[in-house]
Write a protein that binds this ligand. Structure first.
Ligand code: AP5
Ligand code: MG
Length: 204
């Protein structure tokens, strides 16, 4: 199953991807996580991407497409994958269509107030886990035990810019897939387990 998770910052794409990856036994490919891993290792791509990410802007298409193309060629993607945060421009979607076929795009529909509450309270882990501060008992990851951190782009002014970029540049990607008849909208304001149940009921 080749799956795409599309939606605004804080819509819950990463949270669902972690659960769906377990359920379907296919890899979770997050372009945001790939950039953050490169940033923490201090690679050239990481340094380049950081200059965009820290401002809430998108990393240029050619860089992102190159990373995704290489990742999809790896053996563990042979039976399917979950793309989280890619594509987020129409040219990226067109590039993906040339690389492989996609089965379903889950479009996470979420209110602005929900996004602001979620992102200002988010705690992240290098293992890929994302949590909300209201549900945590300590500052350590409940899954792997590492210390949780606050993402550099989860500052209020950067969140605003990410939402603006989403509306202007990423929202049209939903229309691109709607025209292909592959778009499935989910109410992402609901709680994590409810959203998960709706997605699994749709995908089977
Ligand atoms: P990326 O890492 O993809 O960030 P994003 O799209 O802004 O999305 P987030 O990760 O912030 O939100 P999410 O939907 O995963 O929500 P989460 O599950 O964590 O990208 C970061 C940056 O990298 C971009 O700004 C860009 O610069 C660059 N980039 C990445 N991909 C790119 C591309 N393709 N092209 C160009 N540039 C690219 O949940 C958020 C919080 O809410 C958590 O605390 C969670 O516990 C909580 N939560 C989640 N779901 C629920 C729920 N249903 N109910 C209650 N709480 C919930
Ligand atoms: Mg995410």
């Amino acid at each position: 199953m080749n799956l795409i998770l599309l939606g605004a910052p804080g819509a819950g794409k990463g949270s669902q991807a972690v659960k769906l990856k377990e359920h379907y036994g296919i890899p979770h490919i997050s372009t945001g996580d790939a950039f953050r891993s490169n940033i923490s290792k201090g690679t050239e791509i990481g340094l380049y991407a950081k200059s965009f990410i820290d401002k809430g802007l998108l990393v240029p298409d050619d860089v992102v497409v190159g990373i995704v193309k290489a990742r999809l060629e790896e053996a563990d993607c042979a039976n399917g994958f979950i793309l989280d945060g890619f594509p987020r421009t129409v040219p990226q979607a067109e590039a993906l269509d040339k690389i492989t076929a996609v089965d379903c795009i889950i479009d996470f529909k979420v209110d602005r107030e929900t996004v602001l509450k979620r992102l200002t309270g988010r705690r992240s882990c290098s293992c890929g886990g994302t949590f909300h501060v209201s549900k945590l008992k300590s500052e350590y990851c409940p899954v792997c035990g590492k210390k949780l951190y606050i993402r550099a782009d989860d500052k209020p002014e950067v969140i605003e810019e990410r939402l603006r970029v989403y509306k202007e540049t990423t929202a049209p990607v939903a229309e691109y897939y709607r025209e292909q008849g592959k778009l499935f909208e989910v109410d992402a304001n609901l709680d994590i387990d409810k959203v998960y149940d709706i997605i699994v009921a749709k995908l089977g």
